[in-house]
Design a protein around this ligand. Structure first.
Ligand code: C2E
Ligand code: CA
Ligand code: CA
Length: 433
């Protein structure tokens, strides 16, 4: 993916868009200048001249109404084009309060625009002779509306500026433009990777400690980069979350993992489960439960052989909403695990409110329990706590035989770690079995 993909070039007098068009992108001006005008019964009224760093065309993307002005390049102009689906996804996954505020702002913005059009209309030369008084009162009204408009822009600007905001030529600040460009670019690259099927899913065995038998596996995503490197999730999951692409990527992973479980059920007699990681961002997607349920149905897996892993931090951010979603997820008959347990500094008192089947004890405890008595004691307590709450345990990051011995002594049921195997591709996993 090339950075220049985002740059759109316009010659002098080219139109970026025209009044009435449907909006498919917004623009940040990198160089050059653009004139915004509206057509009032044949009279062209210039409403603004925009330069380097200014943004235009964003309104039509936010509320999907037609363009309310025409934008024309006044000289050779380069812009960064921000596509509609990029903004759409951002809005879809934004905090509901932010969405509400955005809607209110848009309503007021459009209202000001409508009032302005109305006043201009009343001054139109096509109407019967407009009296001097009428023109005067109309000019006063326009001034009034424009002052309100400028005030609103100022307030929005200061509300959205970071404390590090540095004023530049533009109303946005260089930092904001740079980071927007970076985000749009990164998302474009990840999206292309998803479309080009560059992602793949590897599976790490989950083993019954007592018998040493593999009873399931965890699906872990990887990126087969065109450079030939296999990129680990720590390098891209955060970006996918920030950009909102985790929603589509998450469904893609879930589908692959369910297909794999269906294959395991066909090829092996013993029941094997597959676990799927869900990120907090996916919980903001209102169709999460329905879509996951559809994926399980479509792939023909036994829902009880699918387990969703949710990290403790997700519960801390918004326990009430997370709780409701988890209970609905549980109604699909899939199992639930709390992941990386022990790292979230949370109180244990809330745990019983959530319908978890499994606790995954974070590998930071398992990896140090042989040397550090505190880790050892914490691990033992967590196993007991899980059992008291009716959950079974997976010890993560097992690296040696003596760790297995200790964990067996605590009656921990399952384990996972490089001692058994790292995550491997589908066929390699089948061979391991
Ligand atoms: P996680 O869910 O805690 O997954 C376990 C991670 O620990 C995996 O790293 C695994 O390879 C690694 N691991 C397993 N055994 C050992 C061990 O003995 N020693 C050490 N040092 N590491 C071990 P991986 O695959 O790089 O994934 C890192 C994290 O990325 C995952 O942590 C999870 O939070 C996230 N992730 C991975 N795949 C997905 C996915 O499909 N969706 C989402 N939302 N997140 C994912
Ligand atoms: Ca996990
Ligand atoms: Ca984990």
């Amino acid at each position: 993916m090339d950075l220049r993909d985002l740059t759109t070039h316009f010659e002098e007098n080219d139109f970026l868009f025209e009044e009435g068009d449907t909006g498919d992108c917004a623009y940040i001006i990198e160089s050059g200048s653009v004139e915004l005008s509206i057509d009032k019964g044949g009279r062209i009224l210039v409403i603004a001249t925009l330069g380097e760093g200014d943004v235009l065309g964003e309104m039509a993307l936010i509320d999907k109404c037609p363009r309310t002005a025409t934008a024309r390049a006044m000289e050779e102009t380069n812009t960064i084009a921000i596509p509609l689906d990029y903004i759409e996804q951002k809005i879809d996954t934004a905090d509901p309060t932010v969405r509400l505020f955005l809607r209110l702002v848009m309503e007021r913005y459009r209202d000001i625009h409508a009032r302005l059009s109305h006043v201009l209309e009343s001054m139109s030369p096509s109407r019967e002779k407009t009296s001097k008084d009428k023109i005067n009162s109309a000019s006063g009204e326009i001034e009034n509306i424009m002052t309100q408009y400028m005030d609103m822009q100022k307030r929005i600007n200061s509300a959205l500026s970071l404390s590090t905001f540095k004023a530049t030529k533009s109303s946005l600040g260089e930092e904001t433009i740079k980071s927007t460009r970076k985000l749009v670019t990164e998302e474009k690259i990840l999206k292309a990777a998803l479309e080009n099927e560059e992602f793949c899913v590897h599976y790490q065995p989950i083993v019954e400690l007592e018998s040493g038998k593999t009873v399931g596996c965890e699906a872990l995503v990887r990126w087969n980069h065109p450079s030939g490197k296999l990129i680990l999730p720590s390098k891209f999951i955060k970006k996918a979350e920030v950009s909102g692409l985790i929603i589509d990527l998450g469904y893609w992973i879930a589908e692959r993992a369910c297909q794999f479980q269906a294959r395991l059920s066909r090829e092996f007699e013993q029941p094997l489960f597959v676990t799927i990681n869900l990120s907090g961002k996916q919980f903001d997607d209102i169709s999460l439960i329905k879509t996951l349920s559809d994926i399980m149905d479509k792939t023909g897996v036994d829902h009880e052989r699918i387990k969703f892993e949710i990290t403790e931090s997700l519960l801390l951010d918004n326990p009430e909403i997370a709780g409701k979603t988890l209970h609905r997820l549980k109604e699909t008959k899939a199992k639930l695990a709390i992941d990386d347990f022990g790292t979230g500094y949370s109180s244990f008192s809330y745990l019983h409110q959530f319908p978890f089947d499994t606790m995954k004890i974070d590998r930071s405890f398992i990896g140090t329990m042989l040397q550090d008595n505190k880790s050892n004691e914490i691990t033992k307590s967590l196993v007991n706590l899980s059992h008291d709450l009716g959950m079974n345990v997976v010890a993560e990051g097992i690296g040696s035989g003596p760790e297995v011995e200790l964990l067996r002594g605590y009656q921990a049921e399952f384990g996972q770690g490089f001692y058994y195997s790292k995550a491997v591709a589908e066929d390699a996993f089948i061979k391991l079995l």
